[in-house]
Design a protein around this ligand. Structure first.
Ligand code: CUA
Length: 314
């Protein structure tokens, strides 16, 4: 779980077709720039080292050289323009048989929703997007407050999440793995703590995950978990958080129905351990100042119970 924090993002090591196209374009432009730089440097060197002044009346040769330079420049600019348009067109081409996922930017976390055939198939989670390997995931992106930007460098280019507007794009992972993503547009105090993970799994594993997430929350078993649930349901937590299968139906904060199955809490800020859950409940403002979770007045026993209960929500 903690190893997720050691993952590096690399736009030049694409793990899917969308990022691959962007990387190809990048290398194409890079090598053009290298050649242009070397040629210009060489010409500058020749001009500096040449001792002899050109003989009088050589304007025609100079005009010809300028015309050649302008011609090459125009060709290079058009080559880059055409390559960019082709890449843009390929990226925008709608995929076949995608998984549809709604993603909504919030200060400072990501709401994630999978719509099934019927309302009970709907899955809601946060800061973690599971996708099947080798199949495109079509992201319907929006925002509830300010402009955010959704970016998983290994899988696709970035795209803005804009309030009252839906941007649709797709990404795909060609091999299983954990791909870190982040908000790439400054969106307030905790912009830097607005990370998420794309978990690419083989199709059967993905189907299992989806089926498990469709279930209502696990019923607490141990006395500690039961006390945790009762404490949670009697605290202000329920005003903002939802735990399906209980009376907690708040919709403004991350859904906690299966929080015990997630890798991190607070949008990639901390690994999802019991200790971190407890620390978050005790003083979320110290961990992520400015976030919308208020202080909750619980005894230290109650905090431990709630943390145990949340951890049990696999
Ligand atoms: Cu959301 Cu930066």
């Amino acid at each position: 779980m903690i190893y997720a924090f050691a993952l590096l993002q690399n736009v030049l090591k694409p793990a899917g077709p969308q990022a691959g196209r962007v990387a190809h374009l990048w290398w194409f432009i890079f090598w053009i720039c290298v050649v242009v730089y070397l040629v210009v440097a060489w010409l500058a060197l020749v001009a500096v080292l040449r001792q002899k002044r050109a003989p009088e009346g050589n304007e025609r040769a100079a005009a010809r050289n300028v015309a050649i330079g302008v011609g090459i420049t125009v060709i290079v600019v058009f080559a880059v323009l055409i390559a960019s348009s082709v890449t843009g067109h390929e990226i925008a081409t709608p995929p076949q048989g995608p998984v549809d996922i709604m993603v909504q930017g919030n200060q400072w976390w990501w709401y994630v929703e999978y719509q099934g055939g019927k309302p009970s198939d709907r899955v809601v989670t946060a800061n973690e997007i599971h996708i099947p390997v080798g199949r495109p995931a079509r992201i319907h992106l929006t925002s509830i407050d300010v402009i955010h930007s959704f970016w998983v460098p290994d899988l696709a280019g970035k795209i803005d999440a804009i309030p009252a507007r839906r941007n649709v794009f797709w990404l795909q992972a060609d091999k299983p793995g954990l791909y870190p993503g982040e908000c790439a547009e400054f969106c307030g105090f905790q912009h830097a703590h607005m990370r998420f993970y794309v978990v690419a799994e083989p199709p059967d594993k993905f189907a299992n995950w989806l089926g498990q997430q469709q279930q209502e929350s696990r019923v607490p078993q141990t006395p500690e978990e039961i006390k945790g649930r009762d404490t949670f349901l009697n605290a202000p937590c329920v005003a903002c958080h939802q735990i399906r299968g209980t009376t907690a139906h708040g919709l403004v904060a991350p859904d906690l129905t299966h929080i015990g199955s997630r890798l991190t809490i607070a949008a990639g800020t901390l690994p999802r351990t019991r200790g971190n859950l407890a620390g978050w409940i005790v003083d979320a403002q110290r961990i992520k100042p400015g976030n919308h979770m208020p202080g909750i007045n619980l005894s230290s026993d109650e905090v431990q119970w709630v943390a145990a209960y949340l951890e049990s929500l696999k």
